[in-house]
Ligand binder design. Sequence first.
Ligand SMILES: O=C(O)CCC(=O)C(=O)O
Length: 311
Amino acid sequence: MPACQNIHVIVRFVKRFFLKHSIGLTYTTLKKSISMNTVITTQQVQFYQENGYIIIEDFLNTAELDTWRAAVSTAIAERKGQKIPGRPGKINEDDGINKDAKYHSKVFDQLVNLWQTSEEVKQLMLNPKIGEMAATLAEVDGIRIWHDQALFKKPWGNPTSWHLDTPFWSFSDHRALSIWVALDDATLENGCLFFIPGTQKGTGFDNLGISKNMDAIFEVYPQYATANTVAAPMKAGSCSFHNGLTIHGAHANMTPGSRRAMTCAYMPDGSTFNGNQNVLPDAEMERLKIGDLLQNDTLNPLIFTRKSSNI
Ligand SMILES: O=C(O)CCC(=O)C(=O)O
């Protein structure tokens, strides 16, 4: 082969090498910066509407999971045990709703509205992409944050008895829902969630609290006492959404490790005050009358709406 042809071959090889590796580099960079897996398909909406819950595998990539873990841990440390901002009461104390603080403090550590006290958590919770996921699943036009909560089931933690969420809240909307993000692998051993599919269609807004007895909910909803349950083990970084009227609970933590989760409850935009105290500050409770729109953007930010340009 003549020398000039040799040079051409070498140049082509070098070009190909750089092309291949620069694409590789671009892809790696992209992969790192790819945002959360927030696409919701029509099939997923149908599944959610039918069953009242859905699991989204690999919602966060490894880097995002690290960010969430760090933001939530720091926010919890900064709270020094205060459960709800602006309200008295520390974790592990009687919250006036669930009797027997000694037992319930061993269900999980529950810290509410970390987004209000941590800029890092606020960045995560107010992400419109998550709001869009919630709005799409719930089939509503707009989504407001009701409250976030870190739910950390400690080693040997008690089970989370079957319960409903929406009856605790200060509005009554059958489309309200929550995201539950696994910050650790949630397994059958350490307290993964369980759902009773389809129950969101038959439950209501009477608040039963969370009993210590797993079967207490069936005194009110005996029609579900023989229903099938579904376990929702999840890898860290995966998440689920569940309707606040779907009967759900979690296993005991049978391990010496923690089962950490970050959650957020969502209120459809346009919901109205029902008179229940939950997480609203006293001043807001005094101001509100039953039937008023809950549209205080400082307390319940609108994180996604289809009505006008997104936030
Ligand atoms: O994390 C748990 O054990 C229960 C979670 C739950 O009930 C909820 O997110 O609504």
